[in-house]
Design a protein around this ligand. Structure first.
Ligand code: NAD
Length: 379
């Protein structure tokens, strides 16, 4: 694994747990973790359960006893690490968004396609697909329970940079993150809505805004927390991104991604309206799926809440008895479960690099459309 902070910790938790919960055809062995600071990565290896710590990811790729490279670094290093790993015959799991640009994502797909011909697999870490309620949403829509999909409504709302004195961490720098709220959290709802509906976005019109244009440079930072220094720098990404879209199955959609929704911590909500009913999911109540079944007699219709904790529900049978709920980190355990199973059985894990390139194309289209179709309202 490369990178050991926020996602590094979440992935480590999943690699530690996956074979204890799921019966799989291969076992994950946590061979080595990479970070740039020797002392810090050694401490992380001890804390997170990795046997060894190294300071150059190329060392991991050169080793014969490593089969999988898990990329948990910011977007500016995804392409270089993933392509080198695939060329060296290592299976790659890469965090989202796949890359910082469409060109990088295309190069990664090219490497993945070549590697696949040699049995080398790759996938991108859109973990919310693996929340049981989201997988159930996908399964119900795929089974035709909503009929034709008309509306898709998706928001991903956070508030961790509302304070103008919050430092200019890598997520606020275009050269490190590619984009702001758009690629960081908007990418999740793009992937999630395309996954559950089985439809792809064909066009967008977007609007982005940067509310705080200058911030103190960070003295130190990890994950979503940081301490501020004295010097300041320019924010070069969007703070908020909104867009409308059309999907290839005929649905229309609205998307909203912001880190300025004061009071919303990790508010991902998706609602899908179809001809026979509707489904809604809210990450802050992730064990539940809301369902409106319009095929029931009129007198019995109404929103129902499915508690997605039955043995029959996706992934849940391996965990606890019904009603004994799971949380955020389980989506990563499910991601590793599906990745290991695919690699061990010679199948391609999902979402593929091609799927993630398609998300990147949507991000790019939103940025290109920004303001270009804007019509001012007369004073
Ligand atoms: N799936 C999700 O829900 C989710 C959530 C958060 C972040 N992410 C993604 O995960 C990735 C990492 O984000 P994070 O929040 O963990 O960031 P982070 O800042 O918490 O951690 C980044 C880690 O990468 C290390 N790193 C950076 N450059 C490196 C290099 N060249 N070689 C070795 N290590 C290097 C840093 O030292 C740090 O350990 C990003 O692509 C981000 O978009 C995904």
């Amino acid at each position: 694994m490369v990178g050991y902070a926020f996602m590094g910790a979440a992935h480590s938790q999943a690699w530690r747990t996956v074979n204890r919960v799921f019966d799989l055809p291969a076992r994950a062995s946590m061979v080595a973790v990479c970070g740039r600071d020797g002392a810090k990565v050694a401490e992380a290896a001890r804390r997170l359960g990795w046997a060894e710590a190294v300071t150059d990811w190329r060392e991991l790729i050169a080793r014969d006893d490593i089969d999988v490279i898990d990329v948990c670094t910011p977007g500016d290093s995804h392409a270089e690490i993933a392509i080198a790993a695939l060329e060296a015959g290592k299976h790659v799991l890469c965090e989202k968004p796949l890359a910082n640009t469409v060109d990088e994502a295309r190069a990664m797909v090219e490497a993945a396609v070549k590697a696949r011909t040699l049995g080398v697999r790759s996938a991108c870490g859109f973990n919310y697909r693996r929340v049981p309620a989201v997988t159930l949403m996908h399964d119900l829509i795929a089974a035709g329970r909503l009929g034709a999909i008309r509306h898709v409504r998706a928001v991903y709302l956070q508030d961790w940079i509302v304070d103008p004195s919050f430092p200019l961490v890598w997520r606020l720098q275009q050269e490190r993150a590619g984009s702001g709220a758009l690629g960081d959290i908007g990418a999740h709802i793009i992937d999630l809505t395309q996954f559950v509906t089985g439809q792809r976005i064909t066009g967008v019109a977007g609007l982005t805004e940067t509310f705080i244009k200058e911030r103190p440079l960070p003295e130190s930072s990890t994950g979503l927390s940081a301490s501020a220094g004295v010097a300041t720098g320019e924010v070069t990404v969007d703070d908020a991104a909104l867009f409308i879209a059309r999907l290839d199955g005929g649905a229309v959609a609205t998307y909203e991604a912001t880190r300025f929704a004061t009071g919303r911590k990790n508010g991902l909500r998706v609602e899908i309206n179809g001809e026979y009913g509707s489904l809604a999911f809210d990450l802050e109540r992730l064990n539940e799926l809301e369902y409106y079944d319009a095929t029931r007699p009129a007198a019995e219709q109404g929103w129902s809440r499915i508690l997605v904790t039955e043995g029959e529900h996706p992934y849940f049978g391996a965990w606890w008895p019904p009603g004994h709920i799971i949380g955020y980190e389980h989506s990563f355990t499910h991601e590793m479960r599906d990745f290991i199973e695919a690699v061990a059985t010679g199948a391609d894990p999902t979402p593929s690099f091609e799927d993630a390139l398609q998300v990147q194309l949507v991000l790019d289209a939103v940025q290109k459309s920004d303001s270009s179709s804007w019509v001012s309202v007369a004073a």
